[in-house]
Design a protein around this ligand. Structure first.
Ligand SMILES: *[C@@H]1O[C@H](CO)[C@@H](O)[C@H](O)[C@H]1NC(C)=O
Ligand SMILES: *[C@@H]1O[C@H](CO)[C@@H](O)[C@H](O)[C@H]1NC(C)=O
Ligand SMILES: *[C@@H]1O[C@H](CO)[C@@H](O)[C@H](O)[C@H]1NC(C)=O
Length: 158
């Protein structure tokens, strides 16, 4: 597995970098993709990021998603009585299907979903495998807190 690990790390870095760059530019409209060319979508809509909601279904019905679009994950930080959530990116389809969190990349910790939520901008044209990482994959497996998105290149309007 020596060969695949560095490329995942590289992808992970690009995802983070893309997220930072595009995230930072999101409110200025679209430096990178042209005028009014990005959407901000709250994952799960009114339900937010929560146990038992079918995010596969949500993603199917909410797409397509384009490069530069932003996802917002909303979940309450731990408060002593709730079940905290988080956002991880998994490395491939296999780990996604089995909710295997080994070598997953943490992108939003249990604190980051509060308030206005955790913002993630789709900056790379690869399939993004989003899952909740809590309870060793139980939220992902049994709670349906998983979905994948492959952002499309936004069609040019000229
Ligand atoms: C934003 O999302 C809405 C609803 O899915 C869609 O109708 C609209 O075309 C999208 N806008 C852009 C710029 O992608
Ligand atoms: C979630 O939604 C997907 C896509 O609509 C569907 O195939 C799947 O059966 C649903 N899962 C559950 C547990 O309802
Ligand atoms: C803790 O958060 C949950 C939602 O995640 C909320 O329903 C509950 O009221 C909160 N409890 C306290 C003590 O703030």
């Amino acid at each position: 597995m020596g060969a695949s690990k560095p490329s995942f790390v590289a992808v992970a870095l690009w995802v983070l970098l893309g997220s930072l760059l595009y995230g930072a530019g999101a409110s200025e409209g679209s430096l990178f993709y042209g005028a009014d060319a990005s959407n901000i979508t709250v994952v799960g809509g009114d339900q937010g990021w929560t146990f038992g909601f079918n995010y596969t279904d949500w993603a199917l019905k909410s797409g397509p998603f384009y490069l530069g679009d932003t996802l917002v994950f909303k979940y309450d930080p731990p408060n002593g009585t709730n079940h905290p959530h988080s956002v991880y990116l998994l490395r491939d389809l296999n780990s996604f299907q089995s909710c295997d969190l080994k070598r997953a990349l943490l992108v939003g910790n249990v604190m980051q979903g509060g308030g206005k939520g955790f913002y993630f901008t789709l900056g790379l044209r690869t399939t993004h495998y989003f899952v909740c990482g809590e309870k060793q994959g139980f939220h992902c497996n049994q709670g349906l807190m998983k979905f994948s998105i492959k952002p499309l290149k936004r069609p040019c309007h000229h």
